[in-house]
Design a protein around this ligand. Structure first.
Ligand SMILES: [Ca+2]
Ligand SMILES: [Ca+2]
Ligand SMILES: [Ca+2]
Length: 606
């Protein structure tokens, strides 16, 4: 609390134009918090708020195929920018978030795609210049101001970074039009041009698993699988300049997200970086260490992390963390995107062991919460998820650093999944289920990431482009036809009010989480579960004094009442949310009554 008061006082100094010293002091106070203390708010800058119309076209001229700007089309830039985030920092803070994760801000190829199928890089994942802010979002000076202003409010600032690929600049001579089938190492080995019967090339190259400069010095011809072709106008399209050499890419064609091509194939033509190459390892460390040094950002969310070889991450992660420590950031957060199917938790855990990720985005959590709160399964889905936790590197304690979520920009929003699972459900029921999902997000183990718009009842129309509505008032007809949850407004209206029921609930839960260390960093014990929709209960154990906080959820549409086993020392209870019994009704057991789709948080004491 003292930290926050000091932050507020110093924020006044900063906004009054005072010097850099108090800013540095503030940043160090923010940096002293552990990663599990945060509540993350994730936003795409293009879709959050537009405070500067002068940058909407990114300084480009011409039609939308040149500027990327078309606010009526969900696949193009809509005008949101860093200045827009800047003027909503107080809104984000009012929700109770303590950290912002912002979609990639680096300069993108504004438009790409086959003729008639062009879309824009509004999402930020098609980088050409890894060192600059995209002019659609503002300037590097705007970015520096935004990070400093976030720190001045006690907010951490996480960047979204990409290593796996760049924009689609390289084409293949043998495949001028996508899709280009993947050419494997078996059929197209590095030492033959264009397949087994081809001319001998790259003599002495011992393969991509030997990551020494001496070995990769033998890899001189990039045309073993396809012949990479770069338009004359694009010879220096990428920054830093070394990224323009095709030898630093796999050049094997499109991924099907399976087997070898999961790490070596192109995502729909995006140039897949040869992350095994020691020059690439060094280059990417230099690029991203520079962002840490220049702006003192507090962490990286790593896009497409699963599609980069683990050896790269074993070099990159400690190098970045060493730079961060040197810059006074001892708790630099790194969480990778390791996506997959509904049994994803095991792959997440493996990635912490093999690629040494400190944490990942918790897709496993998302899958199980969606299925549990939409009644597709019992609450044992959640029990099974948490049973995996000891497999993370660092064990169950490390699993508490997993970044949990129920909605995102790629896979869709929780409200959409609930409506899809329960098409007959009325608005009140959908709101109750979305609320329950957020109660799980804010209290169960992990670091919660709230997706911008969820707190305003956005449900979306599906995944990817259909889950990226504008929060500042949309011109996309399909978005504006969407029925929002818990409100009569539409996405045509700006949504920065604080009176939506979901905003209210999330803010309340965020405050409880802030005041209850057990919910942030306490060990979690499953207390009750069911093979059908119904009761799920856990205890979180206070890391300092060992007292118990009991949290119970009801995923059924009828009330539940049950005895729940607790610690024998837990005799008296105080309700933090919902209605709790005043005391245990026998040593080590207490009675919980929950309304349909309800939840309680009970602070236990002797
Ligand atoms: Ca703008
Ligand atoms: Ca890759
Ligand atoms: Ca390409």
């Amino acid at each position: 609390m003292a930290v926050r008061l000091a932050a507020a006082v110093l924020a006044l100094c900063v906004s009054a134009g005072a010097h850099a010293a108090p800013q540095r002091a503030l940043a160090s106070q923010v940096a002293a918090r552990g990663v599990d203390d945060e509540i993350i708010y994730f936003l795409l800058p293009d879709r959050f708020d537009n405070a500067d119309a002068s940058n909407d076209r990114g300084g480009l001229t011409g039609d939308r195929l040149h500027t990327g700007y078309d606010p009526a089309d969900r696949a193009f830039y809509h005008g949101g920018d860093l200045a827009g985030v800047m003027r909503r920092l107080d809104y984000i803070k009012a929700l109770g978030a303590t950290a912002i994760w912002i979609g990639p801000v680096m300069k993108n190829r504004p438009v790409q795609g086959a003729p008639g199928h062009e879309t824009a890089g509004y999402h930020g994942y098609w980088i050409t210049d890894f060192t600059q802010v995209d002019p659609h979002f503002g300037t590097s000076a705007d970015f520096a101001r935004l990070v400093a202003a976030a720190h001045a409010r006690g907010l951490k600032f996480y960047m979204d970074i990409v290593v796996n690929h760049t924009a689609d600049v390289i084409k293949y001579g043998e495949c001028p039009v996508a899709p280009c089938p993947y050419h494997s190492r078996a059929d197209y080995p590095y030492q033959r041009r264009g397949g087994i019967g081809g001319a001998a090339i790259n003599p002495g190259f011992a393969g991509d698993s030997i990551g020494t400069p001496a070995n990769f010095a033998q890899l001189t011809s990039p045309d073993y699988a396809y012949t990479p072709v770069i338009d004359a106008a694009d010879r220096h399209a990428k920054v830093p300049d070394w990224l323009n050499n095709p030898i630093y890419y796999h050049n094997r064609g499109d991924t099907t997200f399976a087997g070898e091509n999961s790490t070596m194939g192109d995502f729909a033509g995006l140039d897949d970086v040869m992350t095994e190459h020691p020059r690439v390892v060094r280059g990417m460390i230099d690029i991203y260490a520079d962002w840490v040094r220049r702006y003192h950002v507090d962490g990286f969310r790593i896009d497409t992390a699963k599609h980069v070889d683990p050896a790269f991450w074993r070099a990159f992660i400690p190098a970045i963390r060493a730079v961060a420590r040197h810059e006074g950031l001892p708790h630099f957060a790194i969480f990778g995107e390791v996506g997959g199917g509904s049994d994803n938790a095991q792959y997440q855990a493996v990635s912490t062991q093999v690629a040494h990720f400190p944490a990942t985005i918790d897709f496993g959590f998302r899958f199980k919460v969606i299925d549990a709160v939409s009644g597709k399964g019992g609450t044992d889905l959640l029990e099974n998820l948490f049973a995996i936790d000891p497999l993370y590197a660092g064990g169950e304690a490390a699993a508490r650093d997993q970044v949990t979520f129920v909605s995102n920009h790629d896979n869709g929003r929780i409200g959409w999944f609930i409506r899809r699972a329960l098409p007959q459900a009325g608005d009140d029921e959908v709101l109750a289920r979305v609320t329950l999902a957020h109660a799980m997000l804010m209290t169960l183990r992990g670091v919660p990431a709230i997706y911008a718009g969820d707190e305003q009842g956005f449900a979306g129309l599906g995944d990817d482009q259909n889950a990226r509505e504008d929060q500042f008032g949309s011109q996309v007809a399909a978005f504006n036809a969407e029925k929002l949850i818990g409100t009569g407004t539409t996405t045509a209206d700006p949504h920065f009010g604080t009176d939506h029921p979901l905003f209210h609930t999330i803010a309340q839960l965020a405050q409880i989480r802030q005041e209850t260390p057990a919910l942030r960093s306490g060990r979690q014990i499953v207390r009750a579960r069911s093979t059908v929709p119904g009761l799920f209960a856990v205890s979180r154990i206070d890391p300092a004094d060992g007292h118990e906080v009991l949290i119970a959820f009801n995923t059924a549409t009828t009330p539940v009442s049950a005895q729940i086993a607790v610690e024998v020392g837990t005799t008296h209870l105080t309700a933090l949310a919902g209605t709790c019994p005043a005391a245990a009704n026998a040593p080590g057991s207490l009675r919980i009554d929950l309304p349909a789709l309800g939840y309680v948080i009970c602070d236990g004491r002797k």
